[in-house]
Design a protein around this ligand. Structure first.
Ligand code: ATP
Length: 384
């Protein structure tokens, strides 16, 4: 019995419609450009989003995330290119007739209406027969676990509860696509984390496709089936959270998501999918794996996450890469410690250690001589 339960997750089909050539995308951006005067906010973008996806848009301020959402919602029209929803060009369809809904960061609840009335509001203005509305509102209240709060006004409930009312209201008309602009932005960190799981749960229960804009990369990595990292109106990488983190396609993405060490160097192919990277005079070259072939002498960036770098007082045996350095700084964060280590040429490399033991590596201190080590598959070699 116990074994059966344990076996279940492995048997669960992997959700990856983007890998299935027979799967039709729900949303298709085809060479979409959006200009504001001379300024290009979205630059020749082609992108597919699939049914039931939880798709996150990430990128620095001004990279075009909101513009992309507003085009889907119908508040902006593309300057060039087409957007299809379920195979149909949405350009001629006004916002209120689209099978999309947008939930704003401010929630935009009506302060004088009760929770119940807020959720019913959109339904009353829709084609839904009047007698069906109460049942739908009740269903939505149950979905967001607010049955007991139906009669309260927005100012009589908490921020997290208001967020759930806004979500219920957005989902009441069963849109094919829900656009969420910083949906958890108004919540504090702890509540935000709890609400992320709730949001995922509700998304899964309703089977609605969610597109979310967030500034919080951890949030995007937690909730999303795929993450799009944008820059200057272009998609730099669209991938699953683990691939974005483990195999970024560029220095930009590696640097944008999480903490990373980036070392510049010159690569020499060594066969067997390996390269040797010369990075500092008099230092042993870094041995790393590489997916594609490179010409000898190619300038590359080697990116490695701090948690993939081990730190020790004694020189470790049997590691592909060993670098000597001096501890410059230590940041103790409770569950993890980060050591900033100065290596050849004054470069800094960070090593992160999980404090799983109570007295975590207290033997390493400021100004100590240490050894950093990592395997040859721990980092990625980036060509751009
Ligand atoms: P943020 O994270 O700060 O919300 P964003 O990625 O959502 O940023 P957008 O709001 O999509 O960015 O804006 C993209 C670019 O287009 C910005 O440089 C912005 O100044 C510009 N822009 C957006 N709307 C207009 C407009 N109506 N007129 C002129 N420029 C605009």
């Amino acid at each position: 019995m116990h074994e059966d339960i344990m076996a279940q997750p492995a048997n669960r089909p992997v959700f990856a419609p983007w890998n299935d050539p027979n799967e039709k995308p729900l949303i298709q951006f085809k060479n979409v450009t959006k200009k504001f005067g001379e300024f290009t906010a979205i630059d020749d973008m082609t992108l597919n989003i699939y049914r039931k996806e939880f798709f996150a848009l990430l990128g620095p301020s001004g990279c075009g995330k909101t513009t992309l959402m507003r085009m889907l919602a119908g508040f902006e029209t593309p300057t060039k290119g087409t957007i299809l929803l379920d195979g149909v060009d949405i350009a001629p369809i006004p916002p209120n007739k689209r099978a999309t809904n947008m939930m704003f960061q401010s929630y935009a609840l009506f302060p004088h209406l009760s929770v119940w009335e807020n959720i019913a509001f959109g339904l009353k203005r829709s084609d839904m027969p009047k007698e069906k509305i109460p049942a739908r509102v009740e269903e939505m209240l149950k979905l967001v676990r607010l049955e007991k709060f139906a009669k309260r006004k927005p100012h009589q409930i908490s921020g997290g509860q208001r967020q759930r009312v806004a979500l219920a209201r957005s989902l009441a008309k069963a849109p094919k696509l829900l656009l969420l602009d910083e949906p958890l932005g108004a919540l504090d960190k702890k509540l935000r984390q709890d609400t992320q799981f709730e949001l995922m749960d509700i998304q899964e229960k309703t089977g609605t496709t969610f597109v979310i804009v967030t500034h919080d990369q951890e949030e995007a990595m937690t909730v999303a089936s795929r993450v799009a990292v944008m820059d200057h109106g272009k998609m730099i990488q669209v991938d699953t959270p683990d691939r974005i983190y483990e195999t970024p396609n560029s220095v930009y993405v590696a640097d944008f998501i999480g903490d990373v060490n980036i070392v510049e160097g010159t690569a020499t192919p060594k066969g067997d999918g390996k390269v040797a990277i010369a990075w500092a005079e008099g230092q042993p070259e870094i041995s790393a794996s590489i997916a594609e072939g490179v010409a000898p002498g190619t300038k590359v960036h080697f990116a490695i996450r701090p948690e993939k770098v081990a730190i020790s007082s004694d020189r470790p045996e049997g590691k592909a890469n060993v670098i000597e350095g001096t501890v410059h700084d230590i940041a103790y964060l409770g569950n993890i410690s980060t050591y900033k280590v100065e290596v050849a040429g004054g470069r800094m490399i960070k090593a992160q250690v999980a404090n799983d033991r109570r007295i975590a590596r207290r033997d390493i201190s400021w100004d100590d001589k240490v050894w950093l080590s990592f395997t040859d598959t721990a980092g990625v070699v980036l060509l751009n």
